[in-house]
Design a protein. Structure first.
Length: 121
């Protein structure tokens, strides 16, 4: 997947938007932070690291450990909490459908939780 394809896929999630907090210009080398409008939490960071396109995603600790062992292109989250974040080096051994599923899981982990009254309705 290309950088633009990753951004476009992330924007398919409800209330998702792209942010550029570290760069003044949104170019190919800018770090794109994908966030949820409801709480401003990030669920994906799309960036270049060591000339590679990388995707940082939130992940459960157990699943993150499993994925790092199973795929050479999944490493501890670069510049993030190494327990709760993973980095997917794009163009490696991770299939696109798995990458999309991991983006969805990351989104689910950060989206605002419904309050008890709202859940009851």
């Amino acid at each position: 997947m290309t950088r633009r394809e990753l951004i476009d896929f992330c924007l398919t999630f409800p209330a998702a938007y792209e942010d550029y907090p570290f760069d003044t210009v949104a170019d190919e080398n800018a770090t794109t932070v994908m966030r949820h409008r409801g709480n401003k939490k990030s669920f994906a960071l799309i960036m270049r690291h060591a000339a590679e396109l990388c995707l940082n995603l939130k992940c459960s600790p157990i699943e993150g450990d499993f994925l790092r062992r199973a795929f050479k292109s999944i490493v501890p989250g670069w510049h993030m909490n190494k327990i709760h974040w993973i980095s997917v080096v794009m163009g490696g051994d991770v299939p696109d459908d798995l990458t999309k599923a991991l983006v969805g899981q990351s989104y689910d982990l950060i989206k605002p939780k419904l309050r008890r009254k709202a859940r009851a309705k």
